[in-house]
Design a protein around this ligand. Structure first.
Ligand code: AVJ
Length: 300
């Protein structure tokens, strides 16, 4: 992990993986983002899930194991328990501490569902040898798929199709391409929560790899790249400076950027063809009246 981070900083275009946003405080800051007026994805997805929950449950049918990718506080996954009635719930995420807290309280509420927290890096191949032959429903909400470039998203979908062995599928939420102003506002909120979320990654690195980033000398910079249909988040150096760590250092000019996140946005057509291209047989989609967000169920 330390080598991965240092290698990212030393690249021609320095970058830090967005997975390092989610330390304890980062996970709480993201939760705060989901309450912002400007950040429409979370509440819009929730509206779609509320309005079409029964229709989704009909299409999905019996759910043996519900696998919640990037589960976080498990709030979204557990909202499916009553409609899908899974026998088993497997919550997967990067930050284990946050996950276990959430699972502990959920287990008391739903004693009939077998629950397990599992650390998982979605950049790596997923395998579930203990779930062979069981109907698996993967759940990936919130447009977290947007952090993957389309090729990597295709790879993840192919992995899920393979693991499902024709018995199960993927319920997924994705943010749709829309007016740039609306997109840009969602990542540049007036309160500065997204800025704090972005800058917190430097504090996380200072703890993880003993870098000496000074937040005073970095500013939040988020733009919509129309050509690639993605929001790009960066941290911009406000002056010429050197950042050091044990055994290394790097000079950053004023204005230099460290890339921290891509958030790809899709059209319905593009996203459905990506799912079918990965081998999913059938795709059902639901959107909100403004067509801001889409939830799809792709059966393997
Ligand atoms: C959790 C990746 C879906 O890209 O919209 C929110 C993270 N970044 N504000 C997104 C995020 C800045 C979020 N995802």
């Amino acid at each position: 992990m330390i080598d991965e981070i240092i290698a990212g900083l030393l690249q021609e275009q320095p970058s830090i993986s967005p997975k390092f946003f989610y330390d304890e405080i980062g996970s709480h800051l993201f939760e705060a983002i989901t309450f912002l007026e400007e950040y429409y994805p979370t509440r819009t997805e929730k509206q779609i899930m509320m309005q079409y929950g029964e229709a989704m449950a009909l299409v999905i049918g019996k759910c043996d194991v519900l696998l919640d990718l990037g589960a976080g506080n498990c709030e979204k996954g557990s909202a499916l328990f009553n409609s899908l009635m899974p026998k088993e719930y497997r919550a997967l995420d990067i930050s284990k501490e946050f996950l276990e807290q959430a699972i502990a309280s959920l287990q008391k509420e739903f004693p009939q569902i077998q629950m397990q927290a599992q650390t998982c890096d979605l950049q790596e191949e997923m395998v579930f040898p203990d779930l062979v032959g069981r109907k698996k429903i993967f759940f990936y909400p919130g447009s977290s798929i947007g952090n993957f470039d389309p090729d990597a998203a295709l790879g993840l979908f192919k992995n899920i199709v393979k693991v499902c062995e024709g018995n199960g599928g993927l319920l997924i939420g994705v943010d749709l391409v829309k007016e740039h102003k609306v997109l840009s506002r969602a990542y540049n909120d007036a309160l500065g929560i997204t800025e704090a979320f972005n800058k917190n990654i430097l504090l996380h690195l200072n703890r993880l790899v003993k870098t000496d980033f000074d937040l005073e000398h970095w500013e939040h910079y988020a733009i919509f790249n129309e050509q690639l249909a993605r929001i790009e988040m960066h941290l911009r150096s406000t002056q010429s400076q050197v950042v050091s760590w044990p055994g290394g250092q790097k000079h950053f000019d004023g204005g230099a950027l460290i890339h921290t996140e891509n958030s790809y946005k899709y059209t319905q057509e593009k996203f459905e063809s990506l799912l079918v291209g990965a081998g999913f047989k059938n795709v059902c989609s639901w959107t909100d009246p403004n067509r801001y967000f889409l939830v799809a169920y792709a059966s393997a």
